[in-house]
Design a protein around this ligand. Structure first.
Ligand code: NAD
Ligand code: ZN
Length: 258
């Protein structure tokens, strides 16, 4: 049992669905929310990553994102991101399906070469207007010290609409709905999977955490990779207790699936 079994499960999978969380980026030096290094100043992520926190104190929340972007700027994808990109590439053009779903907002899967990523929680590299919903990409580091106003601000003030027009990070905050299309695609992939691989997520943030349950209900073989037990561990068919980079690098064979 262990890496060898994961290797053969992956090689046999006809429809493989992977769900990743903050833990997959931990070996790149990116703090998780619930790990020992999850605090920023004295704040917990749950008290910053909410629409209420941004409405109350936009500067504070903005500053936290600026700090997270700086960490990301100096970081590189790790062996886990690379193994997952490799897995996708090795299955391209074969009859076997592959879907990568992430709760991460950091863009490291894409930087490692993953081509199709379902981002359930948006991207830290996007900004979205709190009034009109207009989105734009923004890769600047350091981030402008103040959240900018949207281009709709002028028009809105002419019309006497008193709505706030600040740009906010283009991520899904606690209590917000997931992007509809991403959720539909993720649920369909989980329901169709014969193997579901869950890497580096505490499995506490719903609805993302319900995807492995859905896959399991539909008969998928459920694999978890995490150094700590989670609420999923008890129902997983295979639990690999370890770091994502170490486990996946060893388990992902570099042979193409025929
Ligand atoms: P989480 O912080 O709740 O849990 C992280 C999990 O990763 C834990 O179970 C922990 O044991 C595990 N872990 C730690 N180091 C690991 C390693 N080296 N390999 C494998 N697993 C490891 O994160 P979550 O479950 O993703 O949910 C929290 C929310 O936080 C998500 O919505 C996510 O979008 C957001 N988040 C994203 C990032 C990012 O984009 N990198 C970082 C922090 C939080
Ligand atoms: Zn706007």
């Amino acid at each position: 049992m262990g890496i060898g079994e994961l290797e053969s499960v992956l090689a046999r999978a006809r429809s493989l669905c992977v769900l990743t969380g903050a833990g997959v980026s931990a070996e790149s030096g990116i703090p998780t929310f619930r790990g020992a290094d999850g605090l920023w100043r004295q704040f917990r992520a749950e008290d910053l990553a909410t629409p209420e926190a941004f409405a109350r104190n936009p500067l504070l929340v903005w500053e936290w994102y600026a700090w997270r972007r700086e960490i990301l700027h100096g970081a590189q994808p790790n062996l886990a991101h690379c193994a997952l990109a490799e897995l996708e590439a090795s299955r391209a053009g074969s009859a076997s399906a592959f879907t990568l779903i992430t709760q991460n907002v950091d863009g490291l899967h894409e930087r490692a070469g993953s081509r199709k990523v379902i981002r359930l929680h948006g991207s830290i590299w996007e900004l979205r207007c709190t009034a009109c919903g207009a989105e734009r990409q923004d890769y600047s580091v350091p981030l402008n010290p103040f959240p900018p106003r949207c281009t709709c601000a002028q028009q809105r003030s002419l019309e006497g609409v008193a709505e706030k027009t600040l740009m906010r990070p283009g991520v899904v905050w606690f209590g917000e709905r997931l992007p509809e299309q991403a959720w539909r695609d993720a649920a369909a992939a989980a329901a169709a999977a014969d193997v579901m691989l869950v890497v580096g997520t505490s499995a506490l943030v719903h609805p993302a955490a319900s995807l492995p349950l859905l896959a399991k209900q539909r008969g998928a073989f459920l694999v978890e990779v995490n150094p700590e037990p989670t609420p999923l561990s008890g129902m997983a068919d295979l639990v690999l207790t370890g770091k994502a980079g170490e486990v996946l690098d060893r388990a992902v064979s570099k042979r193409p699936v025929l």
